[in-house]
Design a protein around this ligand. Structure first.
Ligand SMILES: Cc1cc2nc3c(=O)[nH]c(=O)nc-3n(C[C@H](O)[C@H](O)[C@H](O)COP(=O)(O)OP(=O)(O)OC[C@H]3O[C@@H](n4cnc5c(N)ncnc54)[C@H](O)[C@@H]3O)c2cc1C
Length: 400
């Protein structure tokens, strides 16, 4: 009654813009708001694994991305010191990854939501959730320096990142929540060619990675255990370069390159939140956050956006009750995400993999099909459950 919108989406980046776009494409009345204006940057590196690229392709947006000159990545190389496992991360339908600048990717997604018919308000901060009888029925917020504005909708979707305002207001249940494990910092280098490779270096208590992005730049990120977060904060550059020096051939390449930006980074919390309740839903980091060491956040946000928009479409079309549709969204999200989440939390400790995994990795080194499967697992193209299944291990080690 008197609801101007079917859905209000708070947050207009990797989770919010596609959710708004997909709902608007189904004919729903959507308001998409963000306190940021676009194009703008956010603290995040940029790897979009092949499953995320596949989503862009399904949405008809991949060509727009490739036309921006973003270099494709067709090889992931995991350097463990003693050996390197190098494989192709994708599948036939999505063979490559990309690492677009967020200034470009997020603007592209926002424009697609507007083109689909979503009403977009940039520079609009949500300050209050409007409730009635315990149910969320809208938002109150304002443009910078403007008067408060109230908007009503059937559902308010928090796509507002890991420190979600919406989640803070509705206080959902948290689960699978270890403490922060890692602190990581990145910057951009010119003159550090990658030739289509995403390089990952695993060393005792340190991990770092390099990936090509727009404008001929290479992003290099380095991480150390959360226990060192405070101590290293006073000398991020020194800690970063000391980590890179653990791979002499790589740091030699960096010595020939030029740093083009300041350092950015953070220590990330790990958690799942229940992603729905009366009149509200959560997508992307707002609902499920994890350490960036496996670079799953953007691809996860895309997958969440599709699942959440599809469940909300069923609700708005009167095909399924809210709790049933959104319970399905939560179950599908958790079932898909949990194996990679557990692997991510293990990798983010920067402790050596369990002995049986070390043995397996040593034995598949040189076996191209098995190395491709390892790259595909890290890309989220295949599940860790599939990679580590006894049947797959037997097949990989038999052909090795
Ligand atoms: C150091 C680092 C490296 C990373 N590297 C990768 C990587 O390589 N690959 C990868 O896939 N993922 C990576 N991630 C994770 C990735 O950045 C996130 O998973 C992704 O950005 C989640 O998108 P989102 O739309 O859920 O949230 P966000 O990108 O955080 O967007 C939330 C939006 O909500 C808006 N907002 C918040 N509150 C309000 C409010 N009250 N009113 C209006 N608007 C509001 C914000 O302005 C923001 O634009 C990395 C993260 C970090 C920190």
């Amino acid at each position: 009654m008197g609801k101007a919108f079917d859905a209000i989406i708070v947050g207009a980046r990797c989770a919010g813009a596609p959710t708004a776009m997909l709902l608007a494409r189904q004919g729903h009345r959507v308001l998409l708001v963000d306190r940021a204006t676009f194009p703008s940057d956010t603290v995040s590196t940029h790897v979009v694994h092949p499953p995320g690229v596949s989503a862009l392709s399904r949405w008809g947006l991949l060509e727009r991305l490739t036309k921006t000159g973003c270099p494709p990545i067709d090889r992931y190389a995991f350097d463990f010191g003693a050996f390197t496992i190098s494989g192709a991360p994708g599948s036939g339908e999505a063979p490559v990854a990309y690492a677009p600048r967020r200034t470009i990717l997020d603007k592209l997604l926002l424009d697609a939501a507007a083109e689909a018919g979503a009403q977009v308000r940039e520079g609009f901060a949500v300050e209050t959730l409007v409730t009635e009888g315990g149910r969320v029925i809208g938002i109150q917020g304002r443009a910078k320096g403007g008067a408060p504005v109230t908007e009503r909708s059937q559902v308010v979707v928090g796509a507002d990142g890991r420190s979600s305002f919406v989640a803070g207001a509705v206080r959902p249940e948290h689960y699978h929540e270890p403490p922060p494990l890692l602190a990581s910092y990145y910057t951009y280098w010119s003159g550090l060619p990658m030739r289509g490779r995403f390089e990952i270096y695993i060393r005792p208590n340190r991990g770092f990675a390099a990936v090509p992005t727009h404008d001929g730049l290479t992003l290099v990120i380095a991480g150390w255990p959360y226990a060192e977060f405070k101590a290293n904060k006073s000398d991020i550059e020194g800690s970063y370069l000391a980590a890179l020096a653990l791979a002499p051939a790589f740091v030699e390449r960096v010595r020939g390159a030029k740093r083009e930006a300041r350092f950015a980074g953070a220590a990330m919390p790990n958690f799942f939140r229940k992603p729905y309740g009366p009149g509200w839903a959560l997508v992307g980091d707002a609902g499920y956050n994890k350490d960036p060491i496996t670079a799953q956040g953007i691809s996860d946000a895309f997958r969440d956006a599709e699942r959440c928009a599809s469940a909300l479409h069923e609700v708005l079309a009167g095909a399924r009750p809210f709790d049933e549709a959104m319970g399905g969204y939560q179950r599908a999200r958790d079932e898909h995400a949990l194996p990679m989440y557990e692997l991510t939390c293990q990798i983010a400790t920067l402790k050596p993999p369990p002995p049986e995994v070390q043995k397996l990795l040593g034995s598949i080194h040189g076996n191209q099909r098995a190395m491709d499967a390892y790259a595909q697992m890290n890309a989220g193209t295949i599940s860790p459950l599939e990679f580590f299944s006894p049947r797959n291990i037997a097949a990989m080690t038999a052909t090795g």
